[in-house]
Design a protein around this ligand. Sequence first.
Ligand code: HEC
Length: 181
Amino acid sequence: MKFVVALALSGAILAVAACGGAEEPGVTADAVPDAVETDVAETEPVVLANGMTVAETISTRQENLKGMGGALKTVSDNVRSGSPDMAAIQAAAVTLKGHSENIGTWFPEGTGPESGLETDALPAIWEQPDEFAAAVERFQVAALALSTAAESGDAAAVGAAFRPTGGSCGGCHDSFRADDD
Ligand code: HEC
């Protein structure tokens, strides 16, 4: 595709040259196709190793994070209610545990604010990878304990496991998410 465009342009330049119109300094057959290749590359979205574009990666992770927000609220609401819905808690705990196992892959290089897209992911994620990995691990440990407690059906155990889970969300947001509200 690029090659065809470049060839077509070279042809146009040759045609102009044949008419004696390519005398302007600085305009060479080499320079023009290069410029065209750059334009073509910019219109083709980059596909990351995860098979998604940068925009898709950001919107997918934000959807997943919203789902985590909903799941945590379900646990929180039920823990506080006098008659917790254990099935709802269990489903929410499964969601949180599943996402905790994958969240470490949701932030490939190039999906931060430098992408120019709307994201609250801070550059610190890529600047302090060890700290970010530690925040991921803290969430994984907490979400696993919450899901174990939920499976046991013991409301008191769920209540005890809820606090560290919420703390692991906030712990990561404090360092790695902008506009935490
Ligand atoms: C390892 C770090 C990390 C952990 C753990 C984490 N988050 Fe986040 N969260 C982020 C980052 C970074 C963003 C901003 C993502 C973006 O905008 O691209 C975010 C954004 C969000 C959002 C906003 C999503 C949107 O765009 O609408 C919600 C809601 C959220 N997180 C909930 C949670 C909950 C609930 C937990 C714990 C159960 C949690 N997060 C755990 C890093 C984390």
